[in-house]
Ligand binder design. Sequence first.
Ligand code: AP5
Ligand code: MG
Ligand code: ZN
Length: 213
Amino acid sequence: MNLVLLGPPGAGKGTQAKMLVEKYGIPQISTGDILRTNLKEQTELGIKAKKFMDAGDLVPDEVVIGIIDNRLKADDCQAGYMLDGFPRTVAQAEALDKILSERNSGIDDVISIEVPNDELLGRLTGRRTCRDCGQGYHVIFDPSQKEGACDKCGGELYQRDDDNEATVASRLEVYTEQTQPLIDYYQKKGLLRPVNGLGKIQEIFDRIVSVLG
Ligand code: AP5
Ligand code: MG
Ligand code: ZN
């Protein structure tokens, strides 16, 4: 099962991906997570990506395409994977198609998590993430049992640098301009599976599972 999770910032891609990993046993590949890990480790890639991420802009296509090209060669991807936050431009989607067709493979389903813009700011500014295991929380909608600590591993919860109001505003604009066209792109290929992203986290998960059949 080769999946793409598509949706605006704060739609719940990461939240749902973590639950889908448990159910289907395929890895979540998040370009955002890979870039943040690189930044934390101060790699050349991370340092280069930082200025784009802080501004809410996209990192250049060739950088993220290179990351994905490499990552998909790993053993754990051979039985399927979930792409979270990639592709997010038409150029990235075309590059992905090319990479996969050269490997006699392709995307099976594109889950498009639909959430209206006015819901997203609150989701993003209230998000907290575990430093150690990456589990996501929300201070109101999905709080951890003990404030500031991860339920799963006890790790410290932090707020992402790009989850402030100003950066969120640019991320939403960038999404509309550069990523939204992918809805049409995958619709035309017959791969688009729209899912209503409003409601409880578990309800949305159930919708995705039923769409996947
Ligand atoms: P990335 O990390 O991918 O961020 P994003 O796409 O902006 O998406 P988010 O991670 O913010 O949202 P999400 O949909 O995962 O939501 P989540 O599940 O956490 O990218 C960051 C940056 O990296 C980009 O800006 C760019 O610079 C760069 N980048 C990454 N990929 C790139 C690419 N392909 N090309 C170029 N540049 C790239 O949920 C959000 C919050 O809402 C959480 O607190 C959660 O608990 C809560 N929540 C979830 N579901 C619900 C619900 N149903 N009800 C209420 N609250 C909910
Ligand atoms: Mg995410
Ligand atoms: Zn944790």
